[in-house]
Design a protein around this ligand. Structure first.
Ligand SMILES: Nc1ncnc2c1ncn2[C@@H]1O[C@H](COP(=O)(O)OP(=O)(O)O)[C@@H](O)[C@H]1O
Ligand SMILES: [Mg+2]
Length: 269
């Protein structure tokens, strides 16, 4: 999945937001519709596809370690997804576990470059600057309170990612709400970005997209109408488009093809 990641404007906006939250040592909320790309952006920001896998595995030393340690040192971020109905003790223990492991990676890197020597720090978790919690609507009031406490004690920057309305929900927790530094709305793809993504899809299907061509323009309009710039819908639509083309032995992606693909998608739900 990582290699297919498209650096969209929304991703860049997310990265700026995350960096700001981290620099200001504050708490930020990122909210947006399901499927717009919040999770992927956050994982990308935290280099979690590689770093997360490395710390999960935590196996014998390999030649790759130095690379992971350098990544951890740069990102200083832990990405965490609570389970549904998390128990707060387990949740805090899991977060601490990730913080320790990423902290050890950072510490190792600093030793390699000669910035640190001597005995290991007793608390490597202090090296973590940002904690990103995905699916934050799963957090119970107690968990939110504990995270807020973590933030107060260690100046840990925190980003809570959730669905639209999560920012309103947090209004009910004045302790947390008063500490919120930024609220970030993660939006669906705009027209230009949609075109950019479509262009890649068209190319993948061995075709070229020309927005000035009448047929292509109609196809684009159909995709826009059906997906409303939602990344997940878009990604689900394309395999169906391929199918429709193949079954009907068609060459051109027309709006009819897209409508047919979308109808399969709905039935397949
Ligand atoms: N930047 C991106 N590049 C490529 N595909 C993306 C990107 N963002 C999202 N997607 C696609 O959209 C799907 C949904 O993204 P996700 O981050 O899970 O959304 P959210 O967390 O907002 O519900 C992903 O599984 C992927 O197929
Ligand atoms: Mg998500």
């Amino acid at each position: 999945m990582a290699k297919d990641f498209i650096v969209t404007k929304e991703h860049r906006r997310f990265a700026e937001f995350a960096t700001a939250v981290r620099k200001e040592h504050t708490i930020g909320i990122c909210h947006g519709d399901a499927g717009v790309g919040k999770t992927l952006s956050a994982r990308r920001y935290a280099h979690w596809d590689t770093l997360g896998a490395h710390i999960d595995e935590w196996g014998p030393r390999t030649d790759e370690d130095a690379k992971h340690h350098a990544t951890a040192n740069r990102s200083r971020t832990v990405f965490y997804t609570p389970e549904v109905l998390p128990r707060y003790r387990q949740l805090m223990a899991e977060i601490e576990h990730l913080q320790i492991r990423v902290g050890i990676c950072i510490d190792e890197h600093q030793r390699t470059i000669g910035k640190v020597s001597g005995p290991h720090k007793d608390d490597v978790t202090k090296l973590i600057e940002l904690l990103i919690v995905d699916e934050a609507e799963r957090l119970t009031p107690t968990a939110l309170e504990l995270l807020r406490d973590e933030h107060d004690r260690h100046q840990l920057a925190i980003i809570l990612i959730g669905m639209p309305g999560i920012d309103q929900r947090f209004r009910h927790y004045p302790q947390l709400y008063s500490r919120l530094g930024f609220s970030h709305h993660y939006r669906a793809l705009g027209r230009e970005e949609l075109l950019f993504v479509l262009d890649r899809h068209w190319k993948r299907l061995g075709r070229t997209l020309d927005p000035d061509d009448f047929t292509d323009a109609q196809a684009i309009a159909a995709v826009e109408r059906i997906t409303r710039g939602n990344f997940r819908l878009l990604e689900r639509l394309f395999p169906q488009i391929t199918r429709v083309l193949k079954i009907n032995q068609l060459e051109t992606i027309t709006d009819d093809v897209i409508e047919a693909a979308a109808s399969i998608l709905v039935i397949g739900n």
